[in-house]
Design a protein around this ligand. Structure first.
Ligand code: NI
Length: 182
């Protein structure tokens, strides 16, 4: 296994439309998936899409750990998951602002409107097709990673650029606000 180099915003590989994976169980795809999981964990990310590691294929990996959730009881945590050739369907009209970051846009975070609930399908790392519903953080990560396959980065989804900043500054501001409320 190997840690892969992550493309940063500005690199054209992040703006293209990725191609379907012809054989999800091919050895080179298994190796890519294993390397992407290792890279995501090493970078402390919640998700990583193949174009981010310079491979323009329709697959991503993610994890929706409970500690990163929205604290909403509807949140559906998810262990490390592989999604190959995905589809995503937004369920309902309920879009909410959700803070997110991206390993291709290091150091920054923003509040991005995302559907609260989605249904997504794909093929897993063993070549098994699946269909699943997700809510909250899990649903947001799936939308973010899916966007990478169509060359969309989260700033392209933003509506309020006042909710965009460096993670460190945002954390400091949130801390100061919490202290002021006590
Ligand atoms: Ni991203």
């Amino acid at each position: 296994m190997a840690i892969l180099k992550i493309a940063r915003m500005g690199h054209p590989v992040l703006l293209g439309r990725a191609e379907p994976v012809a054989d999800p169980t091919a050895p080179e795809i298994r190796r890519l998936v294993a390397d992407m999981v290792e890279t995501m964990i090493d970078a402390n990310g919640a998700g990583l899409a193949a174009p981010q590691v310079h491979v323009p294929l329709r697959l991503f990996v993610f994890r929706a750990s409970p500690d990163r959730g929205t604290n909403d009881p509807e949140d559906t945590p998810m262990a490390t998951t592989v999604v190959i050739n995905p589809t995503v369907e937004l369920l309902g009209e309920d879009a909410r602002l959700r803070w997110e970051g991206c390993l291709s846009i290091p150091g920054l975070r923003a509040a991005v409107p995302r559907a609260w609930r989605v249904r997504y399908t794909g093929v897993d790392g063993e070549g098994q097709a699946f269909s699943r519903e997700a809510t909250g953080f899990h649903a947001g990560v799936v939308q973010h990673e899916y966007d990478h396959l169509d060359g969309i980065l989260y700033p392209m989804r933003m509506r309020d650029f006042s909710l965009f900043g460096f993670s460190e500054e945002l954390a400091r501001a949130a801390q100061a606000e919490a202290e002021a409320r006590q």
